[in-house]
Write a protein that binds this ligand. Structure first.
Ligand SMILES: [Zn+2]
Length: 66
């Protein structure tokens, strides 16, 4: 699984699962570009997220295809 890629190059949905409470957030590629910008990397996007369930920021598990 690629660890670093640009949001603009995603071929499928970007899925992040909170390592703390297990909540999953899913963005389609178009939604991800709107939310983060196409030049943002998936690693950078991960840093900017806060879980809406528990507020955790650091334990996201990323899952995407690029
Ligand atoms: Zn959470």
């Amino acid at each position: 699984m690629p660890q670093i890629d640009r949001i603009g190059r995603l071929k499928g949905p970007l899925r992040v699962t909170c390592g703390s409470c297990g909540r999953t957030h899913v963005w389609t590629p178009a939604q991800a570009v709107r939310a983060f910008g196409g030049e943002c990397t998936t690693v950078e996007a991960r840093r900017r997220l806060a879980c809406t369930g528990c507020g955790e920021r650091r334990s996201w598990k990323l899952n995407f295809s690029a």
